[in-house]
Ligand binder design. Structure first.
Ligand code: PMP
Length: 397
């Protein structure tokens, strides 16, 4: 009866190998802080999204342990059935306060929060206009919703307006979606201009603060605050797994929006409530994010220092063969674009031999291959120095 129906999998993987796009996972051992044990090596960690160093903070661990002892390990059901705990409500109120919104709703991940919010807000008669560099979860949400989803050029509000002019009137509702901080480029979206357009064209705006929360704003509220847009009509989505140091996602916004999502968001209704441990750890982190402003100050000090140092060495002979060019980031995500996927893989392997863990990000995740360096508030000056030296000596790796 014909050939094996799975035979194409081997061919597909072989093609990925040939294109230097094959991916593997390697475990990290022990506590994941600024220094990690990986592939038998001790490495300085520039590959984490734990921007404030909270994932290894003992106060989050204590909160998680206490929650397990009080509530058990699992939430045991959907929030609408047996899975709702007081802790969930406390976290939602804390997130709303952090974001300056009326309410918030916690999902099991940021990915599910984006998918759930988008699928609830728009359907087949509607239009989604999204930045072409938006995170995969925003794009998946668009597909699941059945709406007509079109991309506008990255950060290009003139193109967004063109699309609004062409398509807005042909659709019932319109949702504009954008990352606030682009995860693989580190730049910010032009949120105020997007909101102005949304007002003119009667559109909703969903902004993904996955990499903004805890990092931007005086109290760590996020890039929405930094960009002067707090209080404007927004659907704000985020994750609890990056600067918040736990796991989960959320949407923050008006009372009516959150009430609507509780009633209409499939990825919230039909999944088990966030675990007590993750919820409690996130709650502890949200308090720390607001109180310990030194973490943000230190983070930005390190980011600015590192960018200055990197810019100085990008013309040095060791770096030139890799064709590295710094993308204009405005966040703790610093990306060095390279000549090819192969060059970027080689550079990241050289850095690894020098005791540095820097992620190599390649198509199809991003349009061009790059080293993605993420800075943490808890990196020590000698960690940054070692990275700069590693880049300076790339050819000898
Ligand atoms: N949005 C963006 C911009 C992200 O970078 C990520 C995580 N990579 C997510 C959403 C998904 O968040 P989570 O990891 O909580 O699913």
């Amino acid at each position: 009866m014909g050939t094996d129906p799975y035979v194409w999998l081997d061919k597909s993987l072989a093609a990925l190998h040939r294109a230097h796009r094959y991916r593997t996972v390697a475990a990290v051992y022990g506590m994941t802080g600024t220094v990690v044990q990986r592939q038998g090596q001790t490495l300085i960690n520039f590959a984490s999204n734990d921007y404030l160093g909270l994932a290894s903070d003992p106060r989050l661990a204590e909160a998680a342990i206490a929650a397990i002892q009080t509530y058990g390990t699992g939430s045991t059901g959907s929030r609408l059935l047996s899975g709702h705990r007081e802790l969930h409500g406390e976290l939602e109120q804390a997130l709303a306060a952090l974001k300056g919104t009326e309410d918030a709703i916690v999902f099991s991940s940021g990915y599910l929060a984006n998918m759930g919010a988008i699928a609830a807000l728009v359907g087949s008669p509607d239009l989604i206009l999204g930045d072409e560099y938006n995170h995969s979860s925003l794009k998946s949400g668009g597909k699941v919703s059945g709406a007509n989803a079109l991309d506008y050029r990255h950060g290009d509000v003139a193109h967004l307006e063109e699309l609004l002019k062409l398509y807005r009137d042909r659709h019932r509702r319109c949702l504009i979606t954008t990352d606030s901080v682009f995860s693989m480029d580190g730049d910010l979206c032009p949120l105020a201009a997007i909101l102005d357009l949304a007002e003119n064209y009667h559109a909703m705006v969903l902004v993904d603060e996955a990499h903004g929360t805890g990092v931007f704003g005086a109290r760590g509220s996020g890039a929405v605050e930094h960009l002067g847009c707090t209080g404007r009509p927004l659907v704000t989505v985020g994750t609890l797994s990056k600067a918040v140091g736990s796991l989960g996602g959320y949407v923050a916004g008006s009372t009516v929006l959150i009430d609507f999502l509780r009633n209409r968001s499939p990825s919230w209704i039909y999944t088990t409530g966030l675990s007590p441990a993750d919820t409690a750890a996130a709650l502890a982190a949200v308090k720390i994010i607001q109180q310990e402003t030194w973490r943000r100050e230190m983070l930005w000090h390190q980011v600015n220092h590192l960018i200055q140092q990197i810019d100085q060495i990008l013309t040095e002979p060791a770096v030139v063969p890799f064709g590295l060019r710094r993308l204009p980031s405005a966040s703790p995500i610093i990306c060095l674009e390279g000549a090819s996927a192969e060059a970027i893989l080689t550079a990241s392997q050289h850095l690894q031999s020098a005791g540095l863990w820097v992620a190599a990000v390649r198509p199809p995740t991003v349009p061009t291959s790059r080293l993605r360096i993420t800075v943490m508030a808890t990196h020590k000056p000698h960690h940054l120095h070692q990275l700069v030296t590693g880049l300076q000596t790339l050819n000898q790796g």
